[in-house]
Design a protein around this ligand. Structure first.
Ligand SMILES: *[C@@H]1O[C@H](CO)[C@@H](O)[C@H](O)[C@H]1NC(C)=O
Ligand SMILES: *[C@@H]1O[C@H](CO)[C@@H](O)[C@H](O)[C@H]1NC(C)=O
Ligand SMILES: *[C@@H]1O[C@H](CO)[C@@H](O)[C@H](O)[C@H]1NC(C)=O
Ligand SMILES: *[C@@H]1O[C@H](CO)[C@@H](O)[C@H](O)[C@H]1NC(C)=O
Ligand SMILES: *[C@@H]1O[C@H](CO)[C@@H](O)[C@H](O)[C@H]1NC(C)=O
Ligand SMILES: *[C@@H]1O[C@H](CO)[C@@H](O)[C@H](O)[C@H]1NC(C)=O
Ligand SMILES: *[C@@H]1O[C@H](CO)[C@@H](O)[C@H](O)[C@H]1NC(C)=O
Ligand SMILES: *[C@@H]1O[C@H](CO)[C@@H](O)[C@H](O)[C@H]1NC(C)=O
Length: 757
């Protein structure tokens, strides 16, 4: 068999037009200031224009689009027909018309038009399109074994469930998307089309659209629902069986990115289509912009609200790669699952031998030719410049935000290799986050100190670098990776994020390949190894599909609750799951409720459920204007007035975790929850609390006796500062324990000193 190599990327010219044009190149305000010159008339970008739906037609489809065009026409000083006849692909101004997830349309606007529009009564808001980025760092390949066998598969492998993956493209002919043994989706369930540039759909890849064989999208799709492929090969090495988390679920793929840029308005279209037109059950999103915004400006939050609350769709998102600083987690809406990332005990080792004989193990992305006995020189960050004098030397440098750029500079200067070491925040984490073009190794902070001390100790320090391949930890002990950290930097939120942790580092899954010549019915079989929170989200999408199949009556919130309350915070031997950067036990800001345990999630005993009305009460409780509330909750309710609905504070949202703030001024907080019995009809649960340091926790009542399935019971938890002051963030837990179940929720108590917006 020929060694598969990735096909060239096909980037359609048309595609470029749909990216959020120019919004960074030209700031709207600047252009407007330049008055009537070309500045004000240049297209500055694509905006989601939110309009008051109440004024529009009752019906959707063409009538709605025509209405949107007529509104836009008044701003553009043109006719509705003229707008309707201009194709959005040919840079027509009306880019998308939304019907379900938000009342509004995406339009290309100049600064002047934007200014005019904002003055109009029917315009509720104009939100600039942003380019979400895929949240991965690539790790092209080597060997290693992935055996994702879990007990959950005995109950469900996601049969009949449709998972919609929103990403940058897919290789539809990959063996991971073969439908051998797959039944068709349940009759009438899939209502979408199939457009994969001529490749046929099948009972695995049932539909959607992609014209680009994207590496990232192929990888995330196969991670979520890929069929089992035995003897998967990576660089001519058999790495065993590759399989998605829900190998019997169906896949709908939506290409929403161009290369690595994913316009938020385009992602919103795919969410609408998947949830309200095509019929997907789970949506998987691995892109974001690592920023935190009010939910009405966050198009992932806007789109997922209606999908979850009205469509019953489960939405899995990644927590972002903004870490390791605190308060960097993104995708904060309580109606989505926010997934943090763990390592897997698989390392791609770059071996360093110092001139004094000391051997250290760093990590790198891929194979390189060994370099032996080269002079080793330390170059501090500020000394990096185009006149770097490092010919034939190995450069030791502080780990910057762009080791790739530094690597390029070292290579351009004729350097032989590069060793980068962590600052104290990144500590022990060595998973490479960049694709280097020279022999390279990323080492821990401690190893960096060792190397520095050696460099300082001798006049002519030397080192050798050697790629030694993948090393498997014989006892894989996942640790929480260096990516995002909670909480969300929004003090009004009241909800702990991230929710849960899934595996992400060094994930082996499908990547595009080339077909054997002359056999159109054959499959491609290439595999690659990537890391990033991008990889964690699709694991949870697949697990959600497994749960949806096994427990079809559960709401998205019930599935999330089951995943969270059964997650592991310790390894099987009882030792705590660690923070990969420090080696210390991971906090809830890192891992959410813990590391997902799909088998236990099938049978949680109790769930914390939420329905549309609860989310509406929560959004109103955030204090947003009615206009913005209605923008978010396009469905199932229209034109809500927060003055007339009951509101709920974030702390009282029926969420499976607890986060409260206690200060000298507010020494006591009470929160409410309701649990629903999904275990044995007759069962008794008692509350077991691990109180955070300096906080007294009282649960009332502390015993819940259920007599029926789906019976709901309410309880309250009182948090009180215990005598002295609490100091910083403290953690504890509440478990409802029966003879069969343990329903665990993390507790986080803040002292008000975290500087949140
Ligand atoms: C506005 O005009 C100034 C001065 O002529 C120029 O420097 C600037 O680039 C212009 N800005 C835009 C957005 O056209
Ligand atoms: C929507 O609500 C606002 C304020 O409550 C009201 O003025 C408006 O008439 C309502 N529109 C519809 C169509 O119900
Ligand atoms: C709008 O279009 C009309 C007819 O083409 C023209 O007379 C008018 O000046 C235009 N207005 C603006 C503000 O461009
Ligand atoms: C990494 O860099 C190599 C060499 O420049 C390139 O061939 C490869 O495509 C890159 N991989 C990724 C995932 O960027
Ligand atoms: C090595 O020397 C540099 C100054 O050249 C100093 O900043 C650093 O702390 C020293 N490191 C060790 C580990 O001795
Ligand atoms: C083409 O590929 C299919 C599927 O892998 C295989 O069954 C068939 O034998 C191949 N045909 C030829 C002519 O190689
Ligand atoms: C709070 O913690 C900080 C840092 O750990 C410590 O320096 C300080 O003494 C503590 N304050 C109290 C009142 O315990
Ligand atoms: C939250 O964001 C604000 C504004 O960007 C910043 O000043 C603050 O430091 C952030 N809080 C944390 C805990 O990072």
């Amino acid at each position: 068999m020929r060694t598969p190599s990735p096909p060239p990327r096909v980037l359609l010219l048309l595609a470029a037009l749909s990216i959020c044009v120019g919004s960074t190149a030209l700031v709207a305000g600047d252009a407007a200031k330049n008055g009537s010159s070309s500045g004000g008339d240049a297209v500055v970008g694509t905006y989601l224009v939110v309009v008051c739906r109440a004024d529009g037609p009752k019906e959707g489809g063409e009538a709605l689009r025509a209405w949107h065009a007529s509104l836009l026409a008044t701003v553009l000083n043109t006719t509705t027909d003229a707008i309707l006849h201009e194709s959005p692909q040919q840079s027509g101004p009306l880019v998308y018309s939304y019907e379900h997830v938000v009342s509004g349309f995406a339009a290309r606007l100049t600064a002047r038009q934007l200014g005019e529009l904002r003055r109009l009564q029917w315009c509720v808001d104009a939100i600039p399109c942003v380019n979400y980025r895929l949240m991965t760092t690539y790790t092209p390949t080597l060997l290693g074994v992935n055996s994702p066998v879990t007990g959950a598969w005995a109950h469900s492998m996601g049969e009949g469930v449709i998972v919609g993956v929103l990403d940058n493209g897919i290789d539809p002919r990959h063996a991971s998307f073969s439908d051998a043994g797959m039944p068709p989706p349940p009759p009438g369930k899939w209502r979408g089309g199939c457009d994969f540039g001529g490749a046929p759909c099948n009972n695995k890849l049932i539909g959607g659209r992609s014209v680009t064989p994207g590496e990232h999208g192929t990888h995330t799709s196969s991670t979520a629902v890929g069929a089992s492929v035995s003897h998967a090969r990576l660089l001519r090495t058999d790495v065993g069986t590759a399989s998605g988390m829900a190998p019997r679920a169906h896949l709908a793929f939506y290409e929403v990115c161009f290369d690595e840029e994913c316009p938020s308005t385009k992602q919103l279209v795919a969410m609408e289509r998947g949830a309200f037109v095509d019929g997907v059950d789970v949506i998987s999103i691995s892109a974001g912009d690592d920023t935190q915004k009010p939910f009405y400006q966050d198009l992932t939050a806007v789109g997922s609200f209606s999908a979850v609350a009205s469509g019953g769709v489960f939405v899995s998102t990644s927590a972002g790669n903004g870490g390791p600083d605190e308060a960097t987690v993104t995708n904060c809406a309580p109606w989505v699952l926010t997934v943090a990332a763990s390592t897997m005990g698989r390392r791609v080792v770059s071996r360093i031998k110092l001139g004094n004989g000391v051997v250290l193990h760093g990590q790198t992305m891929g194979r390189y030719k060994a370099v032996k006995h080269r002079p080793l020189v330390y170059v501090p960050g500020h000394q990096f410049s185009d006149s770097l004098d490092v010919r034939d030397k190995i450069v030791l440098c502080d780990r910057s935000e762009s080791p790739r750029t530094r690597g390029e500079m070292v290579r351009a200067a004729g350097g032989a290799g590069m060793i980068s070491f962590n600052n104290v925040y990144r500590g022990r984490a060595t998973a490479p986050r960049d694709n280097m073009t020279i022999p390279a190794a990323r080492v821990s902070q401690a190893d960096g100190e060792t190397i520095m001390a050696y460099v300082n100790s001798t006049r002519n320090p030397t080192a050798s670098l050697q790629f030694t391949g993948v090393e498997m930890d014989p006892t894989p002990r996942p640790a929480v990776a260096e990516y995002s950290r909670g909480p969300c930097n929004m003090s009004s939120l009241g909800v702990l994020k991230p929710d849960v942790t899934g595996p992400e580092t060094s994930i082996i899954a499908a990547v595009p390949g080339t077909l054997p010549r002359g056999n159109a019915s054959a499959h491609t079989r290439s595999f690659g190894m990537f890391s990033g929170t991008s990889m964690a989200a699709p694991h949870l999408s697949g697990i959600a599909a497994v749960l949806k199949r096994a427990r079809p009556e559960w709401s998205p919130a019930a599935i999330k609750s089951a995943i969270m309350t059964t997650a592991d915070v310790t390894h099987p031997d009882g030792s705590p799951i660690a923070d990969d950067t420090t080696g210390m036990p991971a906090s809830y800001f890192l891992m959410g409720a813990g590391l997902v345990n799909p088998t236990k999630a099938l049978d949680p005993g109790l769930v914390y459920d939420l329905a549309a009305v609860d989310y509406v009460a929560y959004v109103c409780g955030l204090g947003y204007e009615d206009n913005f509330v209605n923008e978010i909750i396009a469905q199932p309710m229209q034109n809500v007035s927060c003055a007339t609905v009951s509101k709920v504070a974030g702390k009282d949202l029926n969420y499976p975790s607890f986060m409260v703030t206690l200060t000298a001024a507010a020494t006591e907080v009470e929160v409410r929850r309701t649990v629903t019995n999904v275990g044995e009809a007759a069962s008794v649960y008692t509350a077991e609390v691990v109180a955070p340091k300096g906080v007294a926790v009282e649960v009332v009542p502390n015993r819940l006796q259920f007599g029926a399935l789906n019976q709901r019971m309410e309880f309250r938890v009182r948090f009180r500062r215990d005598g002295g002051a609490t100091n910083g963030t403290v953690e504890g837990s509440l478990r409802w324990v029966s003879d069969k179940h343990s329903v665990r929720s993390p507790i986080v108590v803040l002292d008000g000193s975290l500087n949140l917006v």
